[in-house]
Design a protein around this ligand. Structure first.
Ligand code: MLT
Length: 264
């Protein structure tokens, strides 16, 4: 476990392995632990860079949380690590929103993209307003407010109670200030739908077939709008694909990374 000082704040990250760089961006209100099953299978041939997003997990810096700051944090972390090679960015849900912003701000640093259980559209006005109200409640009552609301929708029916309880604990440990800041950052994020046609790097769009938060039809529409993408729908998983179906997720991710290497 390591920490970098980025824009004056302490950001937690892990680096594993050696080789072509891959950056993993977790969803809301999760942490880098989302990617723990990816480490062993991939570390032999890749350099895996896994931050906790600003204000979440064990990273500080909620006061400056915006989608653009989240994206610049990734670029700044790559600079701290001396990583000059273009990276593959893997983003799940809110991590995908950050990945879109990273594409707009740092496209020259991207070799490929993995959009897992995410969406390109911005929040409709009513949803954005709900998020702002929820942010106020989280600050007043704690992170539990948002975790209790999200839990029933996060996992597919086959997920074990122990997996769900573990993640309830991880999410509840996220500081309310960071959770509220992320809710506002998501409410304010721009529509990334027009960005899709501009993404020239190969992209893997992957989603659990039982994901109700970012359902398969949303992934299908992104796939159709992206110039160079592959769509994979994984049976038997909800929104938390990398921990619900880790073997399947890793299989498709590794195949995508191998195809990228072969075309280099
Ligand atoms: C996530 O998993 O990051 C969230 O479901 C994203 C969202 O609430 O839009």
């Amino acid at each position: 476990m390591s920490y970098a000082t980025i824009a004056g704040d302490r950001i937690r990250y892990e680096v594993h392995g050696d080789g072509a760089p891959v950056v993993f961006l977790h969803g809301f209100p999760l942490s880098g632990r989302l990617w723990r099953h990816c480490i062993e299978p991939l570390r032999k041939r890749r350099r895996l860079i896994i931050p906790d997003v600003r204000g979440l997990g064990e990273s500080d810096g909620h006061a400056f949380a915006t989608m653009s700051r989240y994206a610049d944090d990734v670029a700044d972390l790559l600079n701290v690590l001396g990583e000059t090679e273009p990276v593959v960015v893997v983003g799940l849900s809110m991590g995908g929103y950050i990945a879109f912003e990273f594409m707009r701000r740092h496209a020259d640093r991207v070799r490929g993209l993995v959009l897992a259980d995410t969406r390109a559209n911005a929040d409709p006005p009513q949803k954005a307003e709900e998020r702002r109200q929820q942010a106020a409640r989280v600050l007043a009552e704690g992170t539990r407010v948002v975790v209790d609301t999200m839990m029933p929708a996060l996992f597919g029916p086959a997920a074990s109670e122990s997996l769900k309880e573990e993640w309830r604990g991880i999410m509840n440990a996220s500081p309310p200030e960071g959770v509220a800041a992320a809710l506002k950052a998501m409410a304010d994020r721009p529509d990334s739908t027009p960005t899709l046609a501009t993404i020239r790097v190969p992209t893997l769009v992957i989603v659990g077939d039982q994901d109700t938060l970012t359902p398969p039809e949303v992934s299908r529409a992104m796939h159709q709008a992206l110039p160079d993408s592959t769509l994979v729908i994984v049976p038997g998983s909800g929104h938390m694909l990398p921990v619900e179906k880790p073997e399947e997720f890793n299989h498709h991710l590794a195949a995508f990374l191998d195809r990228l290497r072969q075309s280099d």
